[in-house]
Design a protein around this ligand. Sequence first.
Ligand SMILES: CC(C)(COP(=O)(O)OP(=O)(O)OC[C@H]1O[C@@H](n2cnc3c(N)ncnc32)[C@H](O)[C@@H]1OP(=O)(O)O)[C@@H](O)C(=O)NCCC(=O)NCCS
Length: 339
Amino acid sequence: MTTLTVPQPSKYSRILGVGGMRGERVVMNDEIVGPINSSDEWIRQRTGIISRRRANPETSLLDMCETAGREALAAAGVEASEVDVVILSTITWFEQTPAAATIIAERLGATPAAAYDISAACAGYCYGIGQADALVRAGAARNVLVIGAERMSDIIDPTDRTISFLLGDGAGAAVVGVSDTPAIGPTVWGADGGQAHLITQTHSWLTFQDGTDTSWPTLRQEGPAVFKWASFKVAEIAKQAIEAAGLEPEDIDVFIPHQANMRIIDQMAKQLHLRDDVIVARDIAETGNTSAASVPLATERLLREGQATGGQIALQIGFGAGLAYAAQVVVLPNQTHTV
Ligand SMILES: CC(C)(COP(=O)(O)OP(=O)(O)OC[C@H]1O[C@@H](n2cnc3c(N)ncnc32)[C@H](O)[C@@H]1OP(=O)(O)O)[C@@H](O)C(=O)NCCC(=O)NCCS
């Protein structure tokens, strides 16, 4: 009888290295409060944001992805030629096709890696890690480069009070490869399209074509409703990820939630009953909310500054438009080299 050869699965996967690039410009609260009748004090108190990072006009989404990707590969000690798949999560690549990931793979020298974009907004990086883990364990790839990147300043309305003042630009990346020991727990993920209206684009790009609205679409949210959902419902998802990994909350060394609002971060940490000495990522204070880039950038910072170290157990969770969410427990990488 004829039988097919199928991929040989690997037992485990792990994050081998992370990298990141933040927008070059430091944008202080005072620079943006005028058009929204706000204040530095209000933004600090309600969100914990002191400043956000935004890209220079000449710095493209692809430029930030390339830098973050190179840094992650160097940190992982993996050559671009050893990457089989490049997954980019973004909502700010303005060409329907080709996927930005294909161009990044080419720039990095990772061709002919399979390359594709995913759209899961602030949950996107954790969606990507879930996919990379599955691809590596299934034997469909040896190394997967996952990038979360946004140039949110392209969809900001400076007069919008609901979300624009939170947003920043950047790219974060991770290389996921084969592991001898378990290092990425099950991904608990999902979406609730019934509440998709809570974070949306103001109008469709098609309004340009039919002439009904030729203004540039920007982002809006119903802040208080999103705040409630994130602080309570999403905390349940994080609990499920801990359970799915066979752990207890006290086993978590590092908590890396999406950097949406410092008050949400604090509320989630409280709901989860994490240890008093747990390290909590607070990159939002100086980077702002960079959507898909926020979890990998927060991770990169913790490792670079020595607040967290390789081998520690981290709970990471992304959540946002969709309302999409994804969480998993991971072992932080022993970075072999940082650029
Ligand atoms: C956006 C957000 C910071 C607003 O904070 P909030 O505490 O919920 O504020 P509210 O909308 O309840 O408004 C409270 C007051 O602040 C005012 N206000 C709202 N936005 C303001 C702003 N940007 N600047 C100054 N004042 C503002 C309101 O007018 C209101 O004033 P009033 O009490 O006199 O009526 C908060 O809701 C939030 O962070 N939401 C979730 C964000 C998030 O996780 N997004 C995920 C997407 S990735």
